[in-house]
Design a binder for this molecule. Structure first.
Ligand code: JF5
Length: 236
């Protein structure tokens, strides 16, 4: 499951260049029984199966050896939200171990070997592999030297707003025109337009992000104006 996503473009180049190593372990290799069983029935009853503690404990104590430096992560809808801020923090660590749960989840006692439970969003998946790959992708692209330009990273972390719309050639496509200002070569006006677009999009799509945004006085005024308009529309 981990092979093809990491055989692609940027992440694969990062691996070839030695920016990170990926090792995938099979939990069944840590089973001592003949049939290599990783799940069992839940105490207290109920639907579904639970991952047995013994193989998980063996695997995690094995990986958390004397040389281990980093964190053990557990993808779970009950975890703390995965954010760009958390990705940045994780990208400073030497090692990450990501345990990929299946079934209804893991015997709770294994949490003594887990540093963080992390949620990728409010939905339920069949296993932790896809969340693991999402986290790896988000963390690896932050490692020094992985992306071409340092500038592309600077710009995105600078602002907690949604991105402004992007355009490339041609200037008119299927009757749809690129906004005139972007063709003007007037960089101050372009930056102003982009900032306004980002603010407007964030207001319309993700207003909760604006509570963390650093806005100028005139931007705050603009927002207040949009909010008043919004409220008026509600009343009609
Ligand atoms: C998982 C038991 C975890 O489903 C998820 C997940 C959803 N949001 N974030 C993570 O993780 C996999 C499967 C079964 C626990």
């Amino acid at each position: 499951m981990f092979d093809s996503p990491f055989a692609e473009s940027i992440i694969n180049r990062a691996r070839e260049k030695g920016h990170f190593q990926l090792r995938v372990h099979n939990l069944r290799d840590y089973c001592h029984d003949r049939h290599r069983v990783v799940d069992d029935y839940p105490y207290g009853g109920g639907a579904g199966m639970v991952m047995r503690p013994e193989p998980a404990f063996r695997a995690l104590t094995d990986l958390r050896d004397a040389s281990f430096s980093g964190e053990v992560l557990l993808p779970s809808p009950a975890g703390e939200p995965f954010t760009q801020e958390l990705a940045e923090k994780l990208s400073t660590l030497q090692q990450l171990v990501i345990f990929c749960p299946h079934y209804e989840g893991l015997d709770e006692r294994v949490n003594t070997l887990v540093d963080r439970e992390i949620s990728l969003g409010d939905y339920i998946l069949t296993g932790g592999e896809l969340p693991a790959m999402v986290m790896i992708d988000a963390v690896v692209r932050l490692l020094p030297g992985v992306l071409g330009s340092a500038a592309s990273l600077d710009e995105e972390s600078f602002s907690p707003l949604l991105e402004y719309p992007h355009y490339t050639r041609p200037a008119e496509f299927s009757g749809l025109k690129v906004p005139e200002v972007l063709l003007s070569g007037h960089h101050a006006r372009i930056n102003e337009w982009r900032r306004l677009q980002a603010l407007q999009r964030t207001f319309e799509r993700r207003p909760e992000l604006l509570t963390h945004a650093q806005l100028t006085e005139s931007e705050e005024d603009l927002l207040a104006q949009w909010r008043r308009k919004d409220n008026n529309l509600d009343e009609v």
